[in-house]
Design a protein around this ligand. Sequence first.
Ligand code: IDP
Ligand code: MG
Length: 134
Amino acid sequence: MAYEKTLVLIKPDAVKRKLIGTLLKMYEEKGLEVEQIKSVFATEEQLARHYQAHIGKDFYPRLMAFMKSGMMIAIVLSGEQAIEIVRGVNGATDYLKADMGSIRGRFANGYTENCVHGSDSLESAQTEIEIWFN
Ligand code: IDP
Ligand code: MG
């Protein structure tokens, strides 16, 4: 067991659909603490750093446009195994295969518009917290 911090983004689709409270509740119900939270309009630079691994992929332009399409909520969550817990609560990247109890299983309407982001490793959590909170 390891105490971790992880970065969550509530993406523009979920904010527009007034799901902020519902999604925060799902993380809190799993015992995670909200350490930092703010609303944010992503800049091109933040997104290019955040999604660096996906630059050049076919879905990248659509992803960038979507992530700039409205306000997001950036959150630092902490707790034991926080990174893995958040990935579980979020559900699989393929929204059709995501567990029906997960956020994506319940609420995602597409491959791009999938409500949430969660860091996938300790390294990306550190980098992403820096991107959105510094
Ligand atoms: P993750 O969000 O589950 O970590 P990643 O593979 O890191 O998934 O992809 C980042 C984001 O890019 C996804 O959350 C989703 O919004 C978008 N994305 C990923 N794969 C596809 C795809 O095949 N088509 C369209 N959008 C995608
Ligand atoms: Mg990812």
